[in-house]
Design a protein around this ligand. Sequence first.
Ligand SMILES: NC(=O)c1ccc[n+]([C@@H]2O[C@H](COP(=O)([O-])OP(=O)(O)OC[C@H]3O[C@@H](n4cnc5c(N)ncnc54)[C@H](OP(=O)(O)O)[C@@H]3O)[C@@H](O)[C@H]2O)c1
Length: 288
Amino acid sequence: MTVTEKTSLVTGASGFIASHVVQQLLEKGERVHATVRSTKNKKKIQHLLDMQDRWPGNLNLYEADLLVAGSFEAPMQDCSVIYHIASPFFIENKIRDGQKEVVEPALKGTQYVLDAVQKCETAKLVILTSSVAAVFGDNADVLEMKNKTFSADYFNTTSSVTHNSYPYSKVVAEKAAWKLYEEQLNPPRWKLVTINLGLVLGPSLSRTSESGSLSLLDQLLSGQPFLEVPDLWFGISEFSRSLYPGRQQNTRLCGASSHPQIDYPIFSNPEKQASECFDTHVRAIPWL
Ligand SMILES: NC(=O)c1ccc[n+]([C@@H]2O[C@H](COP(=O)([O-])OP(=O)(O)OC[C@H]3O[C@@H](n4cnc5c(N)ncnc54)[C@H](OP(=O)(O)O)[C@@H]3O)[C@@H](O)[C@H]2O)c1
């Protein structure tokens, strides 16, 4: 694989969202380094092996674990854009030990990925999938916000390791990323974009997965949602298309809305700057 400006690293490529990101980058003709926990579990990564056949030479697979320092350094070599997507995503009632199962891997993983970015001279942009859960946990968070409307100006203050540990993991991981970004020498070598996603729905590219997203989809389709489902029209799997125009910004993008045609102009007009679309995307959460 030759060194090019168009080589991207995608972490957590076995996962629901990252699989789509890998595929869309390959469709755009980019080269991709993708990390998975194990390349031996062929069943779990079959969709990636199929992509290697479809785009020969353009997809390299690496093993990396969020809990292992240094494991992202080799995969990141020669990459200019880093999509850090790997993070434990579990439905809250399935979490037994919040610190061990979600907070630690989310936080350490973000730190290890960004430690690798600090060492990788070719890295120019980090795109981190955060969540609306990093903006609000309980309704109490939103009651404190201007016009009781959530926006990228806020962080969730109600979640903790013992109360809503998944949202808490997204808070600490995102804050750690912004801290490491700010600690760079001036001018900073790499930029940071965090995407604070709402619910992301769509087809799974993987046939085998323990993904929290897929359990949630199962619950929705079987009519047993653990969470309330007011309106199913925020978040779509094509969200990754919105990442391309946003690459030049250091910004926090809130990706949740109650009216996709109005609030997601980026999807109907992908050439539009993501920042133009999302900076003004301040919408009340429909079920509040
Ligand atoms: N889906 C949504 O609606 C939604 C909404 C907001 C934000 N997000 C965020 O988007 C990202 C991706 O979510 P998703 O829905 O695609 O979830 P997913 O399918 O569960 O993917 C999570 C990925 O993280 C990897 N991972 C977990 N622990 C790891 C570890 N210790 N070391 C290395 N990799 C590890 C998983 O690998 P394995 O396959 O090996 O477990 C998997 O590839 C997450 O950061 C999530 O917080 C998702």
